[in-house]
Design a protein around this ligand. Sequence first.
Ligand SMILES: [Zn+2]
Length: 543
Amino acid sequence: MSTSRIKLYDTTLRDGSQASDINFTLEEKLALIEAFDRFGFDYIEAGWPRPGSADEELFARASTMTLQHARLAAFSSTKKARSKVAEDPILRALIESGAPVATVFGKTWIHHVTYQLKATPDENLGMIRETIEYLRDNPMRPFEEVVYDAEHFFDGYKDDSEYALATLKAAALAGASVLVLCDTNGGTLYNEVGDIVWWVLEFLKSDPAIRERFGDALPEVGIHCHNDSGLGVASTLEAVRRGCTHVQGTVNGVGERIGNADLVQVIANLALKTDAVLRDVVRVEELTHLSDAVYARAGLRPRKDQPFVGVKGFAHDGGVHVDAVLKGASYQHIDPARVGNKMRITLSTNSGRASIYAVVKSLGFDVEPNDPRLRAMLDEVHALCSEGFDIGLLEDEQYLLALKHLGEIPRRIVVTRCDVTSHFTQLEDKEDHDNSCILKMEVDGVEYKVFEDTESGPVGVNFKAMKEALGRARLPTNFELVNYEVGLPKQREGAGSTIQTYITYEMDDGQLITTSGFHEDIIVSSRESLLKAALLVAARFGK
Ligand SMILES: [Zn+2]
């Protein structure tokens, strides 16, 4: 392991946004640049400012931001074969981006040089050299630093190592400060990555021209791995162990095809399990927050099983196991707080008395371990789970169940009738669409009748009617529906399958609550969730 400090280079906004399911808006990208800077990355690769692209505008806005820790990098290819650098529109856009760092990718693999670039091996070396020299020494605006990404480096090296090293030498002598070895198709085994990194470092140390130019202050060697073989993180860690001091990746591993090396896992492993030196401003304890921020901006559901930051990362299931965890036995590979995560207790058919006791204590209930009401709650958990209801890690569902069994539900709210109508007509070019809801709800024995209509769909109109009734009953209504998800059917019975709905609401103070319904009729399933949310809000805030 190198004792030099490891530099962290985030490419979520460029390589990550090449994922088929990610489309960041300009405002989302700017918000993420701020978040990445606050987290402590050394570099943020914001995009590829090609002429006329959306990234041109991004750099125009981003280059006026004041960043505390990171420097912005703009991405580009080398110049085209047989063209003049000064006349290359792509390089001109790169210079006009205002970014202090340019990252240029070039060809390593002779096969690509011949068939893709249709250039000779020497022409390719010239393209790398001229592009980097032009950017370093540009009279309009010289870059502070040029990073060279050696595309398909490992495949190229295995095919023709001499030529692959010649491309790195051209980049180094032209003034690139970092030579990044890219496993562009993610097909290289981690041990091969490590061995090739070692050979590259040996080459840089021993090549006479490089030694004469740089002495001991050699250009840094970086790593950029894709995850097609499931080895993105492992290969990155191995590359660092063998001497790389610059690490590229994306938050949550988002990216083209299977994605890139997940920087969340790379950083957590480097910081907590190796003697690698990271910059002291890196907020490792905010990794979970960082991960959530990227999922939220990308519009992706967070991966529950993502190492370190997933909600299942430190979740414990099964009575004996939970008991051991609570007694301090080491069933967790790290203290979850070190990455901003927390220990959770899962409720399932495997749960025992210890799990129930741990859950209700963590939710703030004052009970003794041998309280007989815990037995009744456990029986209900087992019954729900055997029907297929997932209460596992749903803390708000666990809380409601605890309220029910510990006898503290303060208000009795019952929906006695609900008719939801979804209306749609298409007459020539005119669409007509609305939903209406007739609701009768009893709160502590008093009936409230409501009629509402809206264009926002059957769940939306149901929610609107329930909030109106709650308001009339002087219960709190300071929450809005912000997310609606439908679980996959537990039993594949087509239209008759039982559906679990998960609805998330945001309180006016930003707090989120998630409740769930379970029924073969999706409207009834949604209404169950709405009713539970009303009970929960009433219990917590409307006593
Ligand atoms: Zn890549």
